[in-house]
Design a protein around this ligand. Structure first.
Ligand code: PGA
Length: 256
């Protein structure tokens, strides 16, 4: 089987160009010994920092990602960036539907789906975020919420395409709060997500699709989380903003 671990750093609205360059310069030294056959390492800087980070990591084992993409090729969409623009900027991965986009910028399953289709068409590798709010978990609605996000977000994809999509399960109550989901809760939920993918796209696709955990993942808990059967890596916010801590997290994830 062997799904390859994928660890992605979501820098959110942090790091100017100069700061971003310094971070990846330090990171490259820290990850020198990691085997790229064992792990995909991705950094997702803000749009304006992409150009600064790109030449530093070009040809290395650290890959470039963006944090959002629009569904249209071009046009009157103030503040948005197209997939072609990201491709030209050297971007390989793109985060879609992060809970902060859903919460603060009106992202819906429908817009997630449109962004996903555009990213795929351009040859970008999508990391699609799903996850429930605290009140949804406490109200026993986690599975219902995730099922809706999966059905809406991944609508219209064929199984072969879906197999290449990375899903990031990020319980919203665990993001930036220091409150990580226990490995048991994360595993139970991610097994449910994989079963939903199997129901929609078949068992073979579900076996292949990589599901990251996200939400206060750090070096201290990465090993136990990634050791779970259905956790194939992490989408990391706060702990990706400092090189040695991020590298330690990756080494812990690989030590599972
Ligand atoms: P966090 O963020 O690691 O700071 O909780 C994760 C994310 O939002 O992608």
């Amino acid at each position: 089987m062997g799904r390859k671990v994928i660890i992605a750093g979501n820098w959110k609205m942090n790091k100017t160009g100069a700061e971003g360059r310094a971070l990846v310069e330090a990171l490259l030294k820290e990850v020198a010994s990691f085997d790229p056959a064992e792990v995909d390492i991705v950094v997702c800087p803000p749009f304006t920092t992409l150009a600064e980070v790109r030449p530093v990591i070009a040809g290395t084992k650290v890959k470039l990602g963006a944090q959002n993409v629009h569904w249209e090729d071009h046009g009157a969409f103030t503040g948005e960036i197209s997939a072609a623009m990201l491709k030209e900027a050297g971007v390989e991965y793109v985060i879609i539907g992060h809970s902060e986009r859903r919460q603060y910028f009106g992202e819906t399953d429908e817009t997630v789906n449109r962004r996903l289709q555009a990213a795929l068409k351009a040859g970008l590798k999508p990391i699609v975020c799903i996850g429930e709010l605290l009140e949804e978990r406490e109200g026993g609605r986690t599975e219902e919420v995730l099922r809706k996000q999966i059905r809406g977000g991944f609508a219209g994809l064929d199984a072969a395409t879906m197999a290449g999509v990375v899903i990031a399960y990020e319980p919203v109550w665990a993001i930036g709060t220091g409150r990580t989901a226990t490995p048991q809760i994360a595993e139970e939920t991610q097994a449910f997500i994989r079963a939903e993918v199997a129901a929609l796209f078949g068992a073979d696709c579900a076996e292949k699709v990589r599901i990251q955990y996200g939400g206060s993942m750090k070096a201290a808990n990465a090993r136990e989380l990634v050791a779970q059967k259905d956790i194939d890596g992490g989408l990391i916010g706060g702990a990706a903003l400092e090189a040695s801590g991020f590298a330690k997290l990756i080494s812990e994830a690989l030590a599972k």
